[in-house]
Design a protein. Structure first.
Length: 377
């Protein structure tokens, strides 16, 4: 925990995101007060008076209690985030196991044959885990283990719509709506593409055809994925840009293969006419909605200069610091945003002013299939 805290504090001290600057200022203030208290205790008559008799006993009792409470709160609140985002060798196995469990679950849902649409929602650290797992799942299902997708859909319509999102300040609602529509259209096409997967049927291994891709939406709630340069790249801008350039950190919209207009597919080998999506192109077919509460410093907006201008940011006003971080599932506006993602599949939910249907009492949301049947989403 302290190793991670030192790294985050010292690398971000001069370049802290605006929403976190007050935390850094508070940390510096506490450090100065602590240093002053040590000087007073060691080198002044006040310190000598405290070091004897009842005051000394009180300090010896109270100080460990306060330190224990503070340490316990930090470990409970930030311990998992520190373990997952710190690349120390002690953490790598744990981090890999967490995201592989989610990749395995999503892979099974794709190969089950009963599902037509998948939406991944991650709160807090879960947003980073979901982002990581989708990156790995995309690489697995659109290349690598499965090879080329037969008759892959043309991604240039998505790339052309994405080009109108930059510069971010000049993108109109119509531009954003067009990008969302093209993302969903590419998902629909990939849903109809089939890749071979191995399944055990009645004890016998069989090769069956399953959809190449079913995930339509990623929703992050109060997630520190809003600070990727600080948490995922050790706070160094050069390293962050390098990771994006290598497509290890997928952006929305994705990085094009060879500059503007080249799209997101490449020719894996000379003479191979079937193009393959690059491993960081998942947001060509996955819409990303990022929800954050105004006073919740753990989350924040995802901007065009970090992970992309195609992310749909939804800010929830009001609430209280710390408390608001745990209330995304109870916040009415947050629930309606999630509902619009679930129920308004074909529309760009960023532009929905309200969701007329009430929240459903059960947890089975259904998305329309292309064949007129219904499937659980």
């Amino acid at each position: 925990m302290w190793r991670w805290a030192r790294r985050v504090f010292f690398t971000g001290l001069l370049t802290a995101p605006r929403r976190l600057r007050w935390i850094y200022a508070l940390a510096v203030g506490l450090a100065v007060l602590s240093a002053a208290a040590i000087v007073v205790l060691l080198f002044t008559p006040v310190g000598h008076a405290i070091s004897v008799g009842a005051p000394r006993i009180a300090v010896q009792v109270i100080a460990p209690v306060l330190l224990g409470v503070a340490s316990g709160w930090l470990i409970t609140s930030l311990g998992d985030l520190a373990r997952y985002t710190d690349d120390h060798p002690d953490n790598i196995d744990m981090r890999q196991a967490i995201r592989q469990r989610l990749v395995g679950l999503l892979d099974k849902l794709h190969d089950d044959g009963r599902y037509n649409r998948i939406i991944v929602i991650g709160h807090s650290l879960g947003g980073i885990v979901a982002y990581d797992a989708l990156r790995l799942l995309w690489a697995k299902r659109t290349g690598g283990d499965t090879g080329d997708i037969p008759g892959q859909a043309d991604d240039h319509a998505v790339a052309q719509a994405a080009a109108r999102l930059t510069p971010p300040g000049e993108a109109t609602p119509a531009d954003r709506k067009a990008f969302c529509a093209q993302q969903y259209a590419l998902y629909e096409d990939l849903r109809e593409r089939r890749i071979p997967v191995q399944k055990v049927v009645k004890g016998e291994p069989q090769t069956v055809d399953r959809p190449a891709w079913l995930v339509t939406d990623l929703v992050t709630l109060g997630s520190p994925i809003a600070y990727p340069g600080l948490l995922l790249a050790d706070g160094h801008d050069d390293e962050f840009r390098e990771l994006i350039g290598e497509r290890q950190l997928p952006t929305c919209p994705p990085q094009e293969v060879n500059g503007s207009g080249s799209g997101y597919r490449y020719q894996p080998t000379t003479g191979n006419t079937c193009l393959r999506y690059h491993h960081g192109a998942m947001f060509a077919a996955v819409r990303w909605t990022n929800v954050f509460a105004s006073p919740d410093f753990a989350g924040g907006p995802i901007t065009g200069d970090t992970l992309g201008a195609g992310v749909i940011n939804k800010e929830l006003p009001g609430g209280w610091p710390i408390i608001s971080h745990s209330r995304y599932w109870k916040n009415t506006k947050s629930r309606k945003i999630i509902e619009s993602v679930l129920n308004e599949a074909e529309k760009c939910h960023e532009l929905l002013s309200r969701c007329p249907r009430g929240l459903r009492g059960n947890h089975e949301m259904r998305a329309p299939r292309g064949d007129g049947q219904q499937d659980k989403a």
